[in-house]
Design a protein around this ligand. Structure first.
Ligand SMILES: [Zn+2]
Length: 163
């Protein structure tokens, strides 16, 4: 029972969050490293040679000209929110011991209710899948963020009734 386990856990401070992920560039760089830990790899042909189309945030394979984005196949894929907003949301949700309502998240990340609710649902789903130990590639990016924040699985409300 998570509630009985009172421990002083090594937290991840807001200061650290902003130091590591305080700009969109830092978030993009982190996502790039999680997505392609051994360098860019074309999802179509596997080539590692690419050029980046900065204006559209796309990476184009030099070999087959396939274009891919940093956020494709991640939970950030169909969103217009900046990565930094997502990272802050992941931080708030994973660090909250009692769970965070979509309404509270809305206020904290400065978006309207619907996007806040969607962000929360996606993150909670990924956290659940992570605990189900299903290696879903679409959730890997979020896992990377969560892992880097040293999330204790017992802090995640969605996992209470599993197993
Ligand atoms: Zn290619």
């Amino acid at each position: 029972m998570a509630k009985n386990k009172v421990q002083f856990q090594k937290g991840y401070s807001l200061i650290e969050l902003f130091k590591n992920y305080g700009s969109e560039e830092q978030c993009s760089a982190a996502l790039f490293n999680w997505k392609w830990p051994h360098g860019f790899q074309c999802p179509d042909c596997g080539s590692s040679k690419y050029c980046s189309l900065k204006s559209r945030k796309l990476y184009q394979c030099n070999h087959c000209h396939h274009q891919t984005s940093l956020t494709s196949n991640t939970i950030f894929a169909s969103t217009k929110l900046p990565l930094q907003t997502w990272f802050i949301a992941i931080y708030l949700i994973t660090q909250s011991k009692t769970g965070l309502s979509a309404l509270a998240l809305k206020r904290q990340i400065g978006v309207s209710y619907n996007p806040a609710w969607k962000v929360k649902q996606k993150i909670m789903q990924v956290m659940k899948e992570r605990d189900d130990t299903k290696p879903l590639s679409s959730s890997m990016m979020c896992i990377g963020v969560a892992n880097s924040m040293e999330v204790n699985r017992e802090e995640i409300p969605a996992t209470k009734h599993l197993s």
